[in-house]
Write a protein that binds this ligand. Structure first.
Ligand code: PEP
Ligand code: MN
Length: 346
């Protein structure tokens, strides 16, 4: 923190500020300028609370934070990219990762057929929701444990690791038994009790950005998980709410390079929920690869018109294959550029 005192603040006012800083556990560095005193506070503590009290002290003109409030996930703390390994797949490494599958697990036939198609088209991870956060309580809520069992069956048959959503604290143990990556949906990004428990769950977490959350809030939520013991967090941009109605959400594509500057955690793009419309998914996916995301998460359904959730934004299997084909040259460039960066760093 940096505290600038007012012009000609009294000696007593400066001393009181220094004392308050020390009481909060920080070390004080005072710079005596021509006209004013500037105080630096260095250390670890509850910055927000300390700043709030300093800002209203007599003689203080301004008190500001200088380091990011999300310490563990920041690039300052760890300049090198985090690599997260899940069953032979690495996020944040030098291979681009594609996760794909239906919004909801609906039946054995649906998940098997989709898993097979995703693997054969070059996808790396199978997605599928067994617990669904739905706006209406009357909409399909997911197959729950039955859905998790079907995901496991698909994994055993096809070999792709599984990502699936967990919505509540009490379900973490059960979901972690079946899933390789736990997805935290946009609506739960600031469920702090859930985030704290995820710190202890021992599985990588894919944390989706809340639909009205800032990038800083996303990073603070990731910090909760890391600070509670789980460093394996993958961030996901899935579109935010704006005044625009042409798309379900607005794909904040610039969030990806912004996050890449601010954090070492891997970042993936979900163009399906961002767009809400299947024709927009392949162009947004291309943008995601080009702009430096570490991967994509895409909704695919063997028969989207019959899907119980998010059919309009789900690609058919042939459309997914075509998209993967179309992305190939870009993904090869991406892989080569990451490999070159890794060599340059070594
Ligand atoms: C989903 O992935 O199906 C989902 C519900 O996503 P989000 O939390 O981003 O809305
Ligand atoms: Mn969905």
């Amino acid at each position: 923190m940096i505290i600038s005192m007012r012009l000609h603040a009294s000696r007593e006012e400066v001393d009181a500020v220094c004392e308050r800083i020390q009481e909060s556990g920080y070390k004080v560095h005072t710079i005596q300028g021509e006209e004013r005193v500037v105080i630096g506070a260095v250390g670890v503590g509850d910055v927000t609370q300390c700043l709030e009290s300093l800002q209203v002290m007599p003689g203080v003109e301004n008190a500001v934070r200088i380091s990011a409030p999300y310490k563990f996930v920041s690039r300052e703390f760890q300049p090198a990219r985090s690599k997260i390994r899940v069953n032979g797949v690495e996020l944040g490494g030098d291979r681009f990762v594609v996760m794909a599958g239906p919004c909801s697990v609906e039946s054995e036939k649906q998940i098997m057929e989709t898993a097979e198609a995703i693997a054969s088209a070059g996808g790396n991870v199978l997605r599928g929701g067994a617990f669904k956060p739905r706006t209406s309580p009357y909409d399909f809520q997911g197959m729950e444990l039955e859905g998790l069992k079907l995901l496991r069956k698909a994994k055993e048959a096809i070999g792709l690791p599984i990502i699936t959503e967990v919505m509540s604290d009490g379900d973490i143990g059960m979901v972690a038994e079946y899933a390789d990556i736990l997805q935290i949906g946009a609506r739960n990004m600031q469920n702090f009790a859930l985030l704290k428990s995820l710190g202890r769950c021992g599985r990588p977490i894919l944390l989706k950005r809340g639909m009205s959350s800032t990038i800083k809030e996303l990073l603070m939520s990731a910090e909760y998980i890391v600070a509670h013991g789980n460093p394996n967090v993958i961030l996901c941009e899935r579109g935010i709410r704006t005044f625009e109605t042409a798309t379900r959400n607005t794909c904040d594509i610039s969030a990806i390079p912004v996050l890449n500057e601010l954090t070492h955690l891997p970042v993936v793009l979900d163009p399906s929920h961002a767009a809400g419309k299947r024709s927009l998914v392949p162009p947004l996916a291309r943008a995601g690869v080009a702009i430096g995301a570490d991967g994509l998460i895409i909704e695919v359904h063997p028969c989207p018109e019959k899907a119980v959730s998010d059919g309009a934004q789900s690609l058919t299997i042939p459309q997914f294959r075509a998209m993967m084909q179309d992305l190939r040259p870009l993904v090869e460039l991406w892989n080569a550029s990451r490999a070159a960066q890794a060599v340059a760093i070594a």
